[in-house]
Design a protein. Structure first.
Lengths: 143, 291
């Protein structure tokens, strides 16, 4: 037995608007007015947004420069922050696997500013990604 | 003596040099270490009589012993492990990504709970055979696998030091090349007189100097391009071991899968000279070391 991957339960997703939770948004900058970074594993910053208080924390993504395993370790980082929801442009197969195992819902196809992403999420604008939206190495600098 | 044939740039003629050199000598063992696309067998046509799986050790987690402490993830230099701690709602899990694993063993060695053991994962195949009196070994990495160094090292386990060992290395200057040329007594760098040839030759020279392996250069298609490779070698005091002209008969012979020494035996002398050159330089390097 190497690993067991738990898929995201739809119930988690449906309950999202009533739960008090931490949302992670991939971001190009460190404010709520920054554009959403379309990459997950190699995004420039993670913004951890508390949907109850409206407070947030910006965190530079040190995994972005990894030759390999950026998605895995970014998934790990996000999981360790107790996040329940990730809003991003795209997510690759390895990151998706880690986030699923941690019971985190990933919403892809998110664009605009971080603030707009959070609003869009609250209004149910995005769909949870049941499968990865892109292949490996999507976020590599020269691709 | 172990002679490896390498080049920074691909397509300069490594296999041509390695194959023809091997066929011009006696008591030879040939190792094709370009395991991502081995092709020496096309020219040597050896009789294959042995096959063995090439493997890489990857971690396996004993869920009963694991408490999701995350030590394995922390020590993995290749970011191949994720650990999701247990929470009130669910059990923890350890995710292993075997394609990123280099089989270094750090996770299993350093797990505080002895919850990780290594299991062999098949990533390729090693074949052994014979061409007349020449011993032949090559490795082949499975399609979709990324880690060629373990396969290369497993090919090199067959090295018989009582023979003249010729290693056909993969192109480039990264890990697979290091794995192939490591332990060689001499390395032949094949290049061509073009800007690309020169650029990648310089990179390969830096690698070999760092590895302290004596080396010399063979210029293939020596009459095309410019004189910059020769100028560079002269400036850097790098011996030019052989020059091969850009000739139609060589290209035709190559395209037919026939080594040029078999078609035109006069080339045997040229490759014998290459060997004598190598031998002389190797002995010189040795005496240098002793001094």
């Amino acid at each position: 037995m190497t690993l067991a991957v738990n898929t995201v339960r739809t119930a988690d997703v449906i309950e999202r608007t009533v739960m008090i939770m931490k949302i992670c948004i991939t971001s190009e900058g460190k404010t709520l007015d920054s554009p959403v970074d379309p990459r997950f594993g190699r995004c420039r910053n993670f913004i951890f947004f508390d949907s109850e208080t409206g407070n947030f924390e910006a965190c530079e993504n040190g995994n972005a420069q990894f030759q390999g395993g950026a998605g895995i370790q970014s998934g790990q980082l996000v999981a360790s922050k107790g996040v329940k929801v990730v809003l991003t442009g795209n997510v690759g197969p390895n990151a998706h696997q880690v986030l699923s195992a941690a019971g985190i819902s990933v919403f892809t196809g998110v664009s605009g500013t971080v603030k707009e992403a959070v609003e869009g999420y609250k209004n149910g604008k995005y769909k949870a990604a049941v499968v990865p939206s892109v292949g490996s190495k999507f976020g590599m600098p020269n691709k | 003596m172990i002679i490896s044939v390498a080049s920074g740039k691909g397509g300069t003629g490594k296999t041509t040099i390695a194959v023809n050199l091997a066929l011009s000598l006696q008591n030879v063992q040939f190792l094709d270490c370009d395991v991502e696309e081995p092709n020496a067998h096309i020219f040597l046509k050896p009789k294959i009589y042995g096959q063995k799986k090439a493997v890489i050790p990857v971690p396996e987690i004993d869920q009963a012993k694991c408490n999701y402490c995350g030590k394995c993830r922390e020590v993995c230099a290749y970011h191949a492990i994720a650990v999701v701690p247990a929470s009130v709602e669910k059990k923890g899990s350890v995710l292993i990504f075997p394609h990123l694993c280099h089989g270094c063993g750090a996770c299993s060695q350093l797990c505080p709970f002895g919850a990780i053991r290594e299991v062999d994962k098949e990533i390729g195949i090693i074949e052994t055979g014979e061409k007349d009196s020449m011993w032949f070994v090559h490795g082949r990495l499975n399609v979709g696998e990324a880690m060629s160094p373990p396969v290369i090292r497993q090919v090199k386990q067959y090295i018989n030091s009582s023979k003249t060992v010729i290693i056909d290395a993969p192109p480039g200057t990264s890990c697979p090349v290091i794995a192939a040329v490591k332990g060689s007594d001499f390395c032949v760098l094949v290049t061509e007189p073009t800007p690309f040839g020169l650029n990648d030759l310089i990179l390969a020279v830096e690698v070999l100097r760092k590895m302290a392996i004596p080396f010399g250069v063979v210029i293939n298609r020596a009459d095309i391009g410019d004189a910059k490779v020769e100028d560079y070698c002269e400036k850097e005091n790098i011996p030019i071991l052989m020059k091969i002209p850009f000739k139609k008969e060589i290209a035709v012979s190559y395209s037919e899968g026939i080594p040029i020494v078999e078609k035109d035996p006069s080339y045997r002398d040229k490759f014998n000279n290459l060997y004598l050159n190598i031998n002389g330089l190797k002995n010189e390097a040795n005496s240098h070391h002793k001094r």
